[in-house]
Design a protein around this ligand. Structure first.
Ligand SMILES: Nc1ncnc2c1ncn2[C@@H]1O[C@H](COP(=O)(O)OP(=O)(O)OP(=O)(O)O)[C@@H](O)[C@H]1O
Ligand code: NI
Length: 328
């Protein structure tokens, strides 16, 4: 049987920033496939490389960043071998991103309607203003914003509404892949919940492939079917979300993160954080980058970087699991 084409395919992707302190190895050798109608979560501590990867997929890296290895394909097309003009059409129509803190980056001098119309009219020169206005109204309905706010300026809207506008802009052209970088982080819990429910609802209807970036483990595992756990730029584990209900047979870092989630039902609600800090990405530790913080680290971990092993269907980079099985 012919294998279904992934919407997003990352193959051994690495990204570095050129900085005065040296090369910052922000993303290191990550591989992942996301198929249509699925949400994959990407989690990791601050500075682990999540946004860099999102920006890399969109080919919107900062000037001092370089894709040092690997390929990024969206709908089978290599994003980095695309001609600039094709890329301009491809971006937003096939792949889009809700950028971290984007709700604070809406243009303050344009109304919501002007910003949405701009997306339609800049991508489809043949679209009439009438048609674009009709589509903007439909979008407002999808993200549940009263159409009267089309005439509002961003500062007149609440944070939750601005975030809905940003999501509306990202899905305006009905892309196949939507990257959402911490789309609810700055919002209070109630608003966060309503935005999440909205994302789930839109995803169900539109069958998007979504890469959902967050540092909130419980939120990500609720929303996604699969989760990639990033540490020092590497996917140290890629697992189905369901498996996260059991703390056994995961990467020690994943286990540390799981322990850090407050268990509201448990009698003992002490939260154990992970001791230590993430490594300096200019000068990564030898062997496994997690070894200085890992309670289970032994000699080999300091010397040799672990290859991926497949443990109960999870891809784990850890020496504790010594049998290197092939992917089944
Ligand atoms: N323009 C830049 N120049 C140099 N280094 C950078 C630049 N942008 C990011 N970095 C570094 O790259 C690493 C990864 O950053 P990135 O923003 O991708 O992390 P993140 O996982 O998204 O973090 P957060 O959860 O805080 O958003 C960090 O060490 C950061 O300091
Ligand atoms: Ni980020």
């Amino acid at each position: 049987m012919e294998e279904k084409q992934p919407v997003l395919e990352l193959q051994n992707v690495s990204v570095s920033y050129d900085s005065p302190a040296g090369m910052v190895h922000a993303v290191n050798d990550v591989s992942l496939k996301i198929y249509e109608n699925t949400i994959v979560g990407l989690i990791g501590e601050s500075g682990s490389g999540k946004s860099t990867l999102g920006n890399a997929i969109m080919r919107l890296l900062k000037n001092n960043a370089v894709l040092t290895s690997g390929t990024i394909k969206v709908m089978g097309k290599d994003v980095y071998s695309m001609h600039k003009n094709d890329l301009r059409k491809f971006r937003w129509s096939q792949m889009s991103m809700v950028f971290q803190s984007a709700m604070n980056a809406l243009n303050p001098v344009l109304t919501v309607e002007e910003q949405i119309l701009d997306v339609f009219l800049s991508h489809d020169k043949s679209m009439s203003k009438m048609e674009a206005k009709k589509r903007a109204l439909e979008l407002m309905d999808i993200v549940s914003i009263d159409p009267k706010h089309l005439k509002s300026y961003p500062h007149e809207l609440s944070g939750g509404m601005r975030q809905r506008v940003v999501i509306a802009i990202a899905i305006a052209l009905d892309p196949k892949l939507v990257i959402m970088d911490e789309p609810t982080t700055a919002l209070d819990v109630v608003v966060q919940r309503s935005i999440l429910d909205k994302i789930k609802e839109i995803q169900r209807v539109k069958k998007y492939a979504i890469l959902f970036i967050s540092h909130d483990f419980s939120l990500v595992s609720e929303l996604s079917s699969k989760v990639a756990i990033m540490y020092a730029g590497r996917f140290i584990e890629v697992t189905d979300s369901k498996s996260l209900e059991q703390p056994e047979r995961h990467h020690p870092y994943t286990q540390g993160l799981l322990k850090a989630i407050p268990q509201l039902t448990a009698e003992d609600v002490t939260i154990e954080g992970i001791a230590g800090n993430p490594p300096n990405l200019v000068d990564l530790p030898s062997g496994c980058a997690y070894h200085p913080r890992c309670p289970a680290a032994y000699d080999l971990c300091k010397k040799v970087r672990p290859e991926i092993r497949y443990v109960d269907g999870r891809a784990i980079e850890c020496h504790l699991y010594d049998t290197v099985q092939s992917e089944v």
